[in-house]
Design a protein around this ligand. Structure first.
Ligand code: LHQ
Length: 263
């Protein structure tokens, strides 16, 4: 359900249920989380790239999955779909956001519901020109999950976040980029190469500093200015003792390419 390959220092994870537009089943979510855990623990991995097989990135939760599909039998007890969040989506979203390496999403087609919000939770989102994003939740009587309520207003502001979440309309990749939902849009034929090149570039950078940058940015959204300044000071102090800082400065002064290796 998740196809994994190693390209140099980049771990590529391909959502692989193309016949159902890579809609998530419990098994698939579990495999993705395991794959991320393995990548986090593998010192050879310096960047993760997530993409989809076939014509979609992911249509979000598989609505036919018996874990979530409401029973149509008269008198059947309603299901608690919260367990899907507790046991699958929340641990997955947390794992993704705390990876010790940067995570790139290459969005190759439609990303709906949890598929969209998992992509928005990645560090750099590159989309094919024909890709699109849909907050599909309101159409089935739900609220944005997988971090959507947190991510959307931070990415695009409250007014646009509410427009996206309430209407659930399809947003095409160029508009998503203009809104600030995603970083880059490239022609369809160039998506995989561009995303891989970007991931390779990130893999050659000081990984530990990149992971701390994400953490500091996320934390800074929750605190006042002075606390953020102090937090930057503390993190900078720690990074100042790192190999990569010594190497980065030495390489600059020696006018040579740096060789980073911290994680
Ligand atoms: C699907 C799906 C799908 C199953 C397409 N499931 N089969 C968390 C916890 C608990 C509960 C619920 O949810 C969540 C989080 C969520 O993610 S909620 C949001 C779930 N996702 C959606 O509501 C999106 C539903 N899908 C769509 O709106 C469309 O399929 C999109 C816009 C993604 C793509 O449209 P088209 O390109 O026109 O393709 P299609 O609709 O013809 O779909 C192709 C096939 O894929 C089709 O099956 P079929 O057998 O007819 O070929 C669809 O039924 C199937 N499929 N999404 N989420």
């Amino acid at each position: 359900l998740i196809q994994i390959e190693q390209q140099g220092a980049v771990r590529v994870m391909r959502l692989n249920r193309p016949e159902a537009l890579n809609a998530f089943t419990a098994g698939m979510l579990g495999q993705l989380r395991q794959a991320l855990q393995a990548a986090a623990e593998d010192g050879q991995v310096r960047c993760v790239l997530i993409t989809g097989a076939g014509r979609a990135f992911s249509a979000g939760q598989d609505l036919a999955d018996p874990h979530v599909a409401p029973s149509r039998e008269p008198g059947a007890a309603p299901k608690d779909i919260g367990h899907m969040l507790d046991h699958y989506y929340i641990p997955l979203a947390l794992r993704l956001r705390s990876m010790p390496v940067p995570v790139v999403a290459a969005v190759n087609g439609v990303a709906a519901g949890a598929g969209a919000n998992l992509a928005f939770g990645c560090d750099l989102v590159v989309a094919a020109e024909s890709a699109s994003f849909i907050q599909a939740f309101s159409k089935i009587g739900l609220i944005p999950d997988c971090g959507g309520t947190w991510l959307l207003p931070r990415l695009v502001g409250r007014a646009k976040a509410l427009e996206l979440a309430l209407l659930g309309d399809k947003v095409k990749a160029p508009e998503a980029q203009a809104l600030g939902l995603i970083a880059r849009v490239v022609p369809d034929a160039e998506l995989q190469d561009t995303a891989l090149a970007l991931a390779q570039k990130l893999a050659g950078m000081p990984t530990r500093a990149l992971a701390e940058t994400r953490r500091a940015l996320d934390d800074a959204l929750l605190v006042d200015y002075e606390s953020a300044l102090k937090r930057e000071g503390g993190l900078q102090s720690q990074l100042g003792f790192s190999h990569d800082y010594l190497e980065g400065v030495a390489a600059f002064l020696d006018k040579r390419a740096p060789e980073f290796k911290d994680r």
